[in-house]
Design a protein around this ligand. Structure first.
Ligand SMILES: [Zn+2]
Length: 312
């Protein structure tokens, strides 16, 4: 059942080409909507209380994020940041393109003064004292990209399928600074169908339904192994630009050196035959490698906590 949202507390039309850095508090909903349709939107997002924790769009769960997916923060924080409550099928998402920047239009069209997402992000986050270096890989909404099985990638291979009135709703699972921008490359690609259009940004206050949903998402998806700077020996964020080694520093790698103990396992004739078959299938270079691979393949296929897919 669709949760009931609180009242609208923020409503802004972003004229092309612009963006806005806006706080969205835990339990609130950020809506990004098409006003006319066909406009690509680039999106950055930061923990409002610690800008070094930001959105990290990765392929966990698939290369296209969609309704009901989560957006997590960067390693080693790895915390749930946003939940996608609503997203129409006409909104094709892309997590590969980093966001357009000036050199793209210099190379593609010989234009040095072209609008671009990198410069738009930089202007937006400047309001909060962040520098262009603080932008991160973009979560791209309404971006009909594609790729081939041999790895060729096309950022705007198809025309934008966004329809007038389409909207994407993000539930904030922590206090964030959200930075949606209208993509500045739309007039030179199918990414926004060769023209610029406005985008609407709305924020809905939290509600009983949204609070329950927020707490449920966090309870199910907050990893115990999430780490912040306080968990490491170097805790101070470097302000000196020049890099030089810290005197006396020696890394302390986890479980290093690995403590290996060898032991023998007796197999039945049937098991040994199966082990040979697995090696013929390419799973393992010898008996030891094949058995270890089979056991771990079985383990990761059968051990999986809800909502925490083990990477394969
Ligand atoms: Zn762009």
């Amino acid at each position: 059942m669709r949760p009931e949202y609180g009242k609208t507390r923020f409503d802004l039309i972003l004229k092309p080409v612009s963006g806005k850095a806006v706080p969205v508090y835990k339990g609130e909903v950020l809506r990004i909507a098409q006003v006319e349709g066909g406009q690509c939107v680039d999106f950055n997002c930061y923990n409002l209380h610690d800008y070094k924790e930001h959105m990290a769009v990765g392929p966990s769960g698939g290369l296209r994020k969609k309704k009901d997916d989560l957006v997590m923060t960067n390693p080693a924080r790895n915390r749930p940041m946003l939940a996608i409550l609503e997203m129409p099928e006409s909104c094709v998402t892309d997590i590969i393109a980093p966001g357009c920047s000036a050199p793209v239009f210099e190379r593609r069209a010989g234009i040095e003064a072209h609008t671009n997402c990198q410069d738009t992000f930089s202007e937006c986050i400047g309001e909060y004292g962040l520098t262009p270096d603080d932008t991160h890989n973009s979560f791209n909404l309404w971006m009909n990209s594609s790729w081939t099985s041999d790895g060729k990638y096309y950022s705007s291979s198809d025309r934008n399928t966004g329809k007038k009135g389409d909207y994407v709703d993000f539930l904030a699972l922590m206090d964030v600074l959200a930075v949606p921008v209208t993509c500045g490359g739309g007039d030179f690609s199918r990414g926004s169908n060769y023209w610029f259009k406005p985008i609407q940004i709305q924020i809905f206050k939290t509600s009983d339904d949204l609070n329950v949903l927020t707490n449920d998402y966090i309870a199910r998806h907050q990893p115990k192994t999430s780490r912040g700077l306080e968990d490491y020996r170097v805790k101070d964020i470097r302000t000196q630009r020049e890099l030089e080694a810290l005197a006396g520093y020696a890394p302390r790698f986890k479980n290093f050196p690995l403590q290996i103990s060898e032991f023998a396992i007796e197999l039945t004739d049937d098991d040994y035959l199966n082990l040979q078959k697995l090696q013929q299938m390419g799973l393992g270079d010898d008996d030891e490698d094949g058995l270890r691979s089979a056991v771990i393949e079985w383990y990761i296929s059968n051990y999986n906590t809800a909502g925490s897919p083990i990477p394969r």
